[in-house]
Each structure stands twice: as C-alpha cells, then as structure tokens.
Design a binder for this molecule. Structure first.
Ligand code: ARG
Ligand code: ASP
Length: 631
C-alpha cells in the first residue's frame, strides 16, 4: 500500500518483477498519469475511468444503493439489471460524488517545524478552483503529514448494472471465499459543465473528459503475471502491539462473531418463512454477515499464523535493542495502557453490537432528531418499509441477555440493572419496549447513549489518545530498529499502489486453489432453488448454445488490499486494465493486521467477464464501442 507520490522508491522492484512502466506513468503532477484515471467513489470505494467520455467502472456492491434507489416494483433494476441505451437514459444520483486526486504533498515540515495549521494549508490548496477539496492526513501515527488535493465531481449517473443474480452471484454464501463466480461490477458516467469543470447535476452538463483513462487488455492473466492495484484502502494496523492483536483475535472478534451469529440466525429463521421478510432484511442481513464472516477468517488467520506470539518475540527483540535509547520501555508502556483500555473498549464494542442494534430504538432516536412532522413521517415510512418486529424483539432479548453476561459488572449501566429488577426478566422488559408506544424505546436509546457518552467514551478516548502518542514513538522506533525494511503507512482511505502477481494458494494441507474461475463454474453452482445461486435464464440459454465454458470470471492475486479497495483497477505490466478488485480470500483476511504473501489473496473480476456481460446480457454494444482495447 505504497504512496503514489513516493512510487519512485519502489519502481526498481516493480520493474524487476515485470512492470514495464516508469514512475512518471503511474504518478505525476506535471503530465497525465494513471492516477488521473482513478477515483474515490462515494465515501468508501474506488472506481476508474474506462473511456474518454467519462465512463467509469466500480463494483456492483459499490453501486448497490444507487441501483436500489432507482428500483421499484415496475423497474426492479436490482433484480433485472439496468442498461442505459443512450445518454438520455443515464440516471442521476444526488449525493454521489467521485474524487480525482490532483496532487499529494509532504507537509510535515510545514506543520511540525513552521507551525502552519492544517486549516491554512487546506484553504490555500482549495482557493480558486472549482470542486477542489483538500485534507491533511497523518501517516505513521503522526510522524508525517500529507496534504491531499482532490477535484470532486458530483454529477455521476448510473449507466449499467447486471442483474444481482450475476453482480451478486454467490451472495453471502460465497462472500470472502474462493472459488468465486461473481460478476461484481456496475458502470457510471461522470458529467461536467461545458468547461469540463465539476458542476451540480444539470441536464446541460456534458460527459467529463478525463485527463487519462484505462485501456483494457483482453489478453487474459496467467499464474505468475505481474499485477498492480491503484485504489483507496480504508484501514490497516500493521504495526500494532501484540496486546492490540490479542484483543482483536481473542477477545473482540470471537465475542462479536457470537453475537452476530445469534442475530443472523434470528433473521434467517423469519426470512425463510416469508418472501416479504426476505426482501425486507436481505440488505441488513448482508451487512451484518459481511463483517461477521471476515472476523472469523481474521481470528483464525491470526491464531494459525501465531501472530500474537510472533509480535511478542519481536517486542522482546526490540526492547533488547532499545536499551539505553529514547525507545526503551515503549512496548511495556503500551501493554499497560492496553490492559487499562480493554474493559472500556470491550464495553464499547458490546454496546454497539447489542443495544446499538435494536432497530426500534434507532427509530425512536431518529424521530427525536427529526425537525418537524413531515420529516418524522419520512423517517417512519423508510423505517417500516424494511421492518419486521418479531425479528427485532427476539434480537433484543438475545442481545440484552448477552450484554448483561459479557460486559464487566462494574461497567453495566444502572438503567440496565433497574430495568431487570423492575421487570424480573428480559422478556418482560421486551414487552415494555415493544408495547406499541415508542416512549420506552426512546428511553432505552437515551439512557444507553447517555451511559456510553459519560462512562465509556471518555475513558476510551483518553486511553486511545495516550496509546496513539506512544505509537508515534514506537513507529519511529520500529523504523530505527529495522533500517533495511520498507515501511508503508497504514491505510487511511488515501490513494495507494499495491503490487503482486497472479497466484493460487493452498487454503489447507493437501489442497491447492487455482487462481482463475470460469463460466463453467457458474453453471456448476447454478441452482434455481438456492437464491444465491439462481442465475438469470438468459445466461443459461446463452451457455446452452455451447462454447462458453472457458469465459473467464474471476482471478486471484497477491496484491495487498482492504475494505475501500473494492472497485479498484487491477492493472497488468503494460498499465492496461485486466480486472476489478472486489474481495479477499477468507483465510487471508488477517491481512489488515499481518499480510502473509503465502495465503493473502485479493479477488478480482476478470475484465473479460464484464465485456461478456455487457455484450450478451446488457446488449449494450455502444458502451463497448466507447472503450479502448490494447489487444
Ligand atoms: N466482502 C466484500 C467486501 O468486504 C464484498 C461485500 C459485498 N458482498 C456481499 N455478498 N455482501 O466489501
Ligand atoms: N470487499 C471489500 C470492499 O468493499 C474489499 C476487501 O475488504 O477486500 O472494499
């Protein structure tokens, strides 16, 4: 996850591994470079330009909420897909933005030595340019500061999306897994004013002319091929203390997984009894299940790789080396702070996963915040559309039981104890909360929020601030301790470059996974009785004509990615687009804490599957005509 502006430090290694481009081709502020074809899509995904007329591609799961918003019973674009047959049919998405990186600059000296404020830097950087946005981000725990200047476009229209039975094929069953057969892409177009500048939506806007867009390679990938990824990884913690890792893998992940297993079981029980409830809860279920599944892979991976023990040995060696220096004793101090933080941090997480998930309490809180009756009516309408009270009630009982069991006794709020004493059981308390009048739910929300704000949050934030201050020194210490090692700054949703190669892996002893999947595998999974595996009939019909077995679908590579890299361009040695990143393999999800090239793999859509779907399912040759091909 290297900083693009410093890519010249990596370029020799990249070239040795197969890259045919120069550092300037990847990142330049003086001429168009690949960075100009990459955007932060919305608030947490990546997207890339694939035509000279503003055509942009990202994941289906990144465009999901836009596709959903345009869907109705008459036009169910989530179910059936959507293809604009001309520019006039492209659908605007108020609120959706894309940000192009104009430049990034090391401002450490300005901030630390000259005392310039981040606000001043941002003000200067954004003066006099349309759509300019800037932010100053700390890297390496405050040892470095970078200014990032973006140009933000806010007229971004939906152009195409496959049916969910292709774009989300495999659903939560296959999520985080290989072999994978998901056509996870959606297509948008960026619009600009007549001078190519950012502008709010207007029918007078015209397609944006990018400084640079990706050329697509249809040559395909093979084991060992060099690949790199440009994108916006959200967050990693590669340099943390063993106690931080132990907390994640042995305390936090197992508890959260248990709680979510219970909630998911309750949801799926009711979803399997009613089609209406299945529709209401499918998106909620997917988001609960995404992290639930990732955490299981993460805790297993950390245990299997002995990460806690390895970090402890590292810390012992560090302290041995640090004797008599300014870095001596840092790891012990960190351990002591982690011990102090643990009960509060755990209470915080248990609160979020229990009281924080009671839907009726969120409704009561949202109604409390709404300005007037009209706003309240909107809140109610959108809430009840996707609400099934028996799920919420059963979940409430399970989660409140767990809260009392898991949160350290001294930290349990008085309100919780009073309610149990008053009602005698959580079931009886649930009768009050779900009585129909929202008074008890509002009280529940207020009292829990109040407890969190007064008793938990101040401790968590004080201790975290102290820990971060120590990490600033410990990070510098690690760099001094290992002068030969190349350190990348932990991900923070800023643009990064990761590189690796196409590669299979061994998920377990005696098993080897090949790095590609094909349409044949889609057909092997196809089953009209299983929602996640029920492909559209049109795909079956095409396949039945014969000759489509080898259509490539997904591939694996060793690029280091994380949440936020979804939608990222996967690029070959010549700088051409070969795939779109969308996931990682389950056995390697500990890569947010420790990246192991033996087992950590990113999963990408093969760009040729996108072309196949646009042509055969979308029947949208005009989109293909806009794209540029290398071969
Ligand atoms: N696991 C991927 C990521 O973290 C994809 C999630 C969307 N897909 C799903 N089946 N829920 O975002
Ligand atoms: N699926 C993730 C995303 O949406 C990517 C990952 O976690 O590997 O960004």
């Amino acid at each position: 996850m290297w900083l693009p502006a410093l890519i010249s430090q990596r370029i020799a290694d990249m070239q040795a591994k197969g890259l045919k481009l120069s550092a300037e081709d990847i990142y330049s502020v003086n001429q168009a470079s690949l960075k100009d074809a990459v955007v932060l899509f919305g608030s947490g995904c990546t997207g890339e330009l694939i035509s000279g007329e503003g055509l942009l591609i990202t994941n289906h799961h990144c465009g999901y909420s836009q596709i959903q918003r345009h869907s109705s019973v008459e036009h169910d674009y989530l179910r059936d897909g959507f293809w604009a047959m001309n520019r006039g049919e492209e659908l605007p998405n108020p609120g959706l933005t894309v940000k192009f990186l104009e430049r990034m600059e090391d401002v450490t000296a300005l901030i630390v030595d000259k005392g310039v404020s981040a606000e001043d830097l941002i003000r200067q950087a954004t003066a006099g340019g349309k759509g300019l946005k800037a932010q100053v981000e700390s890297l390496f725990y405050g040892n470095q500061y970078y200014l990032f200047v973006f140009r933000e476009y806010s007229d971004v229209r939906l152009v195409g999306a496959p049916p969910s039975s292709i774009g989300k094929f495999g659903g939560d069953t296959d999520n985080w897994m290989w072999p994978r057969h998901t056509g996870d892409f959606s297509i948008f177009r960026v619009y600009a004013d007549r001078d190519n500048n950012p502008a709010a939506y207007s029918p007078d806007n015209v397609p944006y002319t990018p400084k640079r867009f990706f050329t697509i390679s249809r040559a395909g990938v093979k084991e060992g091929d060099f690949t790199f990824i440009y994108g916006c990884p959200g967050s990693t913690q590669e340099y943390i203390h063993s106690e931080g890792v132990r907390y994640v893998a042995e305390i936090s992940d197992p508890a959260k997984v248990d709680l979510r297993t219970q909630r998911l079981d309750i949801q799926s029980k009711y979803m399997s009894q009613s089609q209406a409830v299945r529709i209401q809860y499918s998106s909620k279920y997917a988001s609960v299940s995404n992290a639930w599944k990732k955490w299981q892979g993460e805790m297993k991976g950390i245990a299997k790789n002995n990460v806690v023990e390895r970090k402890r040995r590292y810390e012992a060696a560090f302290e041995q080396w640090a004797k008599g220096t300014e870095y001596a004793g840092l790891t012990q101090k960190l351990a002591a702070l982690y011990a102090e933080l643990e009960p509060y941090n755990f209470a915080r997480e248990m609160y979020q996963e229990t009281a924080g998930t009671v839907e009726i309490a969120s409704l009561a809180a949202a109604l409390g915040r709404a300005a007037d009756e009209e706003a309240r009516e909107r809140v109610r309408a959108s809430f009840y559309k996707d609400y099934y009270q028996p799920i919420d009630r059963e979940s409430f009982i399970a989660m409140m039981t767990e809260f009392g069991r898991r949160v350290p006794a001294g930290l349990v709020p008085a309100y919780y104890k009073d309610k149990l004493a008053q009602h005698g059981s959580i079931e009886a308390w649930a009768d009050e909360i779900f009585s129909g009048d929202l008074g008890a739910a509002a009280e529940f929300s207020n009292r829990f929020t109040g407890w969190y704000r007064e008793e938990i949050y101040p401790q968590v934030s004080r201790l975290n601030a102290a820990i971060t201050a120590l990490y600033k020194d410990y990070m510098r210490g690690q760099m001094a301790f290992e002068p030969e090692r190349s350190f990348y700054p932990d991900a923070n949703l800023t643009l990064r470059v990761a590189y690796g190669k196409v590669s299979g892996y061994a998920p377990a002893d005696g098993v080897w996974y090949y790095p590609y999947s094909t349409l044949k595998g889609v057909m092997e999974k196809d089953n009209p009785d299983i929602f996640d595996y029920n492909i559209p009939q049109v795909l079956r019909d095409i396949y039945a004509k014969g000759g489509y077995e080898d259509v490539p679908v997904c591939f694996l590579a060793t690029n280091h990615t994380t949440g936020g890299n979804s939608g990222s361009p996967v690029i070959n040695a010549d700088g051409n687009l070969i795939g779109i990143n969308f996931d990682r393999v389950w056995e390697g999800t500990m890569s947010d804490i420790v990246f192991d090239p033996e087992i950590c793999r990113n999963i990408s859509l093969d760009i040729r599957y996108m072309l196949f779907i646009v042509e055969n399912i979308g029947k949208a040759p005009h989109l293909l005509a806009e794209m540029r091909f290398a071969d």
